[in-house]
Design a protein around this ligand. Structure first.
Ligand code: ATP
Length: 958
């Protein structure tokens, strides 16, 4: 059902169809055309807070009489503005950590309010533009006249990399910035032709500082031309087109030649003697300091995180205003850090069992810092500490795993243990065994108490050509037929499921059609046998029926690369030509009305067995997406309804599929779901979504309307089915915006919607930057929230706004994220589920994947094999008894899991189309194991009753 959030615009009117890209992801960042500014008030954070920050340094040569400055005025024209980091931070009040924001101000980095355009970056630029940054082109056109090496240095460093820079490296970099820009920052920057630009991500300004520093180092080093060696190793390797960054050490080495230093000093005195304006002289006077400092060979690596007294730092005059200012801020930092530490520990004690020792340790750290450092040292280190602490707090609050370096930083375990042992021995305490203290890792391991590392997820070691033991279940194909050996391709790195190339998926599932072949044939090849069917009415069998049917017809085709075309042909020749209401089936009731047309519950009129099924009309053939049929046809999963058939008439398509109960929205209207049921549904939903993702299939329209709910097997628990694959994209598809529901879109996706629909920007490259796994995760989060609140969080709110204000509200929604949605988490949702929910809905960088979310302790009872939980009584209509509930996939055992999902098909839910299709499915032939044709196999004989029970009766399932 369309919601008020749904953008009904025709995407095609604004955008062209994106080119098809193999694998679904763009090989390369494509520069955009002239950017269109976002509407006022919208904070652009298309990466959803990925914290991917960019600095572009456009080197125009030295100012004044410097020979390298070919045209100093150009620098002015190229948009250098003294925007300051604070400017944007102000706009996004609340998004940037206050302390960090204020800290960055004095540095006075000139920052243009516009994000940079990386169009002009040449191939050989050693660093790569991060995703979604743009700016004016003019700068680069002019820069191109300069020598390529001096043209520009751009470095994008994101948070993890920034974190990994050693303390010394940061000091040096910060020094460079400060020495260069402290007093007359903007003028000097202008003179130097340095333009530092960040993107509009305001989330973490501390990262900006780090990034800027690196950028400046690079820039100045090249600018002076006297750098003996300067390398920012690994940087280009770790930053790559918005991909996740490897946490590799970044090594920065700088060495200035003495000549260069002298040259520069000489230059400054020459300027002075020529009677340069005062401001310019003053600004340049800073430079020798910097150069001197740089003349000391310096190497810093991330290995070293020791705070050392280092002589390379240029000292600032005692008592200067700058120092006072910095110290003040340092003090503020210090206090805020301590406060945060306390909060963390108090909170952690309650929720995570972290000990008070941690607090003490944190305090000790802070004390040490304040003891050993003063003035700007303190400030800088506190910045680092604060930055790191922020990150850790964020992770902890989202129950994310801390990395080893996090733990080390946070706990300094060795020191702590030593001190702890000593103090406890003094106190005569009994020592706890090592490892019992900091159970951060156990947050996701499903175990209470002692710390445990997550068990390594065993990846199947599969080689091309291996059999993955994925035989079609008995009964699908007559045993006389040789079962096809399944070819597999490499399992993905992190998928718990073996991954198949699509051909194998087809042959494995023996679904009889090759939809992509079908699609392209229909579209491109008028001679295709498929096309000859267009005007005919064709009913596809169930997959099982089709396999049986195919075997009867021609066993060879089953085993030797059945193609879609052949299947179509066979059916067209042999299968009955009609499937008519009143003759073959009867209409029961309308289930819903989607954007494609009506969805009805129907029932076959077979003598043997009446089978319920759903008939979905597709009234607009042009808008139909093959994935709607193709995905459920290929993906066998108990939480995906089977497609039984497909009817192609000259006017419409009809999809016949398994009835999945009422949808979750309807269900919530008449049922209270207790937390156990919510967890159960969440686990199933995550499981099926993770399963789809393991094939690189992204649903993209997960919402309560698209989830069918029925009683579980044996009437216990709930069994959901994920419906509506109309918006889903497969590895074959380039992402588009069709079928998305804005209210369920993640903020980063929402930003793209806004840009495309309101700012009319081209959507291709915007969409290519979307992490669809995480977008689905977010939608799952919305759905979970919906279960708790019994309504969609933003849907209700939006309903109250007049039509013309909805867009504005949507903008607000994007910019106010993430606080708004997390605030919406109802009080009833506490503890683990709250943690999980926060993980599902947080900013994209911290958001978990569905696969990871399944490992959350909150869902343990529904994910663990063989779990048998006694469900508390609830007012829900469905479940009252001990549940031997859905056994969801366990990561380490992918094959068994998949087998499970194949062999344990829903009993009795295979419809009896046999008679219609002229193949016999008598009881004699019924397979005992699967019971597929067994009329007693558990399905309701009267779908009307069942539907009513589902939705209306609250007690019949007791
Ligand atoms: N297999 C099914 N079993 C039970 N109900 C179904 C089934 N398929 C669809 N429905 C019902 O029909 C409604 C609309 O179906 P669906 O979402 O597939 O249509 P749609 O045209 O794709 O809708 P939209 O694009 O607006 O989301 C669903 O909300 C659900 O209630």
């Amino acid at each position: 059902m369309p919601t008020p959030y749904e953008l009904e615009c025709d995407v095609g009117s604004h955008t062209q169809d994106p080119p098809r890209i193999e694998g679904g992801m763009p090989p390369k960042l494509i520069p955009r055309a002239e950017p269109v500014p976002l509407p006022e008030g919208l904070i652009s954070d298309p990466t959803g807070g990925q914290n991917l920050l960019a600095v572009k340094v456009a080197v125009k040569g030295l100012g004044g009489g410097d020979s390298q400055n070919e045209n100093p005025s150009e620098a002015m024209e190229t948009g250098i503005q003294d925007g300051g980091l604070g400017t944007q931070a102000d706009q996004s009040e609340g998004l940037a950590p206050n302390n960090i924001q204020s800290h960055n101000r004095p540095c006075g980095f000139p920052v243009t309010p516009q994000a940079p355009d990386f169009t002009a970056f040449s191939e050989d630029t050693s660093v790569v533009a991060p995703a979604d940054v743009k700016s004016t082109k003019a700068q680069f056109t002019e820069d191109e006249e300069l020598e390529p090496k001096k043209k520009m240095v751009m470095l994008a460093v994101n948070e993890p990399v920034g974190q990994d820079l050693s303390a010394e490296a940061k000091i040096v970099m910060q020094d460079v910035c400060e020495a260069t820009m402290e007093e007359n920052g903007s003028q000097i920057a202008e003179e130097l032709g340095i333009n530092l630009v960040t993107n509009e991500n305001q989330e973490d300004m501390a990262s900006v500082a780090d990034t800027l520093s690196v950028g400046v180092v690079g820039c100045l080093g090249q600018l002076e031309g006297g750098v003996e060696s300067m390398s920012i190793q690994e940087a280009s390797g770790v930053v790559s087109q918005g991909e996740e960054l490897a946490q590799e050490p970044v090594t920065v080495s700088l060495q200035m030649t003495e000549d260069a230093v002298q040259d520069n000093q000489h230059q400054v005195s020459a300027d002075e003697s020529q009677g340069e304006p005062e401001a310019r002289q003053a600004s340049k006077a800073v430079r020798p300091q910097f150069l001197k400092m740089q003349s000391i060979p310096y190497t810093a690596t991330t290995e070293s995180t020791q705070i050392t007294e280092t002589p390379i730092r240029p000292s600032i005059q005692e008592g200067t205003e700058a120092q006072e200012c910095v110290e003040q801020m340092g003090q503020g930092y210090y206090e805020s850090i301590i406060k945060k530490m306390e909060e963390l520990v108090n909170d952690a004690e309650k929720r995570r069992g972290l000990s008070r020792e941690v607090l003490q340790q944190l305090k000790r750290r802070a004390d040490n810092i304040s003891k050993h450092l003063s003035g700007r040292y303190l400030d800088e280190f506190l910045l680092k500490e604060s930055h790191k602490l922020d990150l850790i707090l964020k992770k902890l609050s989202q129950s994310l795993e801390l990395t080893e370096s996090d733990s080390k930083w946070l706990f300094d375990i060795e020191d702590l243990m030593e001190e702890d042992v000593a103090s406890r021995e003094e106190d005569g305490d009994k020592l706890e065994p090592t490892g019992t203290k900091h159970s951060v890792n156990s947050l996701y391991s499903g175990c209470e108490g002692p710390a445990q590392s997550l068990p390594p997820v065993k990846q199947p070691k599969l080689h091309e050509g291996d059999s993955v033991g994925f035989d079609p279940p008995l009964g699908y194909i007559a045993p006389t037929v040789d079962r096809p050996q399944q070819q597999c391709v490499q399992a993905t790195d992190d998928s718990p499921y073996p991954k198949f190339i699509k051909e194998e998926v087809y042959s494995r599932s023996l679904r009889g059609t090759q939809p992509w072949v079908f699609e392209s044939e229909v579209a491109n090849n008028p001679q295709s046998p498929v096309n000859s069917l267009v005007s005919r009415k064709v009913v596809f069998s169930t997959a099982e029926g089709l396999c049986q049917y195919m075997h009867d017809l021609d066993p060879c085709h089953v085993t030797s690369g059945t193609t879609g075309a052949i299947v179509f042909e066979k059916i067209a020749q042999e299968v009955e030509d009609s499937f008519d209401e009143g003759v073959h089936y009867e209409h029961v009731k309308v289930l819903g009305k989607g954007s494609y047309g009506r969805v009805s519950l129907c029932c076959t009129l077979s003598d043997k067995k009446r089978t319920e099924f759903v008939k979905k009309e597709v009234l607009n053939k042009a808008k139909f997406r093959g994935s709607e049929v193709v995905v459920p046809l290929q993906i066998l999963h108990k939480n995906i309804p089977q497609v039984y058939g497909f009817i192609n008439t000259p006017e419409n398509y009809y999809i016949l599929q398994e009835y999945s109960g009422c949808n979750l929205t309807q269900f919530l209207l008449s049922n209270e779901m207790d937390e156990i049921e919510i967890k159960e549904v969440t686990a199933q939903l995550l499981d099926v979504v993770a399963y789809l993702h393991s094939f690189n299939i992204y649903h993209r329209d997960i919402k309560a309307d698209n989830i069918g709910v029925r009683p579980g097997l044996d009437g216990y628990g709930l069994r959901i089915k994920l419906l509506d694959f109309g918006a889903c994209i497969t590895p074959q598809d380039s992402p588009d915006l069709l079928g998305l529901t804005a209210a369920h879109c993640s903020p980063e996706l929402c930003t793209v919607l806004v840009k495309v629909y309101l700012c009319k920007q081209a959507c291709e490259d915007l969409l290519c930057q979307i992490d669809w796994v995480k977008a689905d995760t977010y939608a799952v989060g919305c759905t979970v929230l919906h279960m708790y609140k019994k309504k969609h969080i933003f849907y209700e709110k939006m309903k109250s706004f007049p039509e013309e204000e909805k867009t504005k509200e949507l903008l607000k929604y994007v910019s106010e994220y993430p606080r708004a949605c997390l605030q919406e988490i109802p009080d009833v949702c506490v503890g683990e589920m709250r943690g999980l929910l926060e993980d599902l809905m947080t900013v994209v960088t911290s958001r978990v994947t569905p696969k990871d979310a399944l490992r959350h302790r909150a869902l343990a009872m529904f994910v663990k094999s063989g779990s048998s939980q006694v469900r508390p009584a609830s007012s829900s209509s469905f479940t009252r008894a001990p549940s031997t509930n859905v056994l969801l996939h366990k990561g380490p055992q992918p094959q068994a899991t998949r087998m499970e999902s194949c062999t344990k098909m829903e009993e009795g839910e295979i419809p009896d189309f046999g008679a219609l299709l002229n193949f016999d499915c008598s009881d004699d032939e019924m397979d005992e194991d699967t019971g597929q044709c067994d009329s007693d196999s558990g399905s309701s004989n009267d779908s009307r009753d069942m539907y009513e029970e589902d939705v209306e009766s609250d007690s019949d399932h007791e």
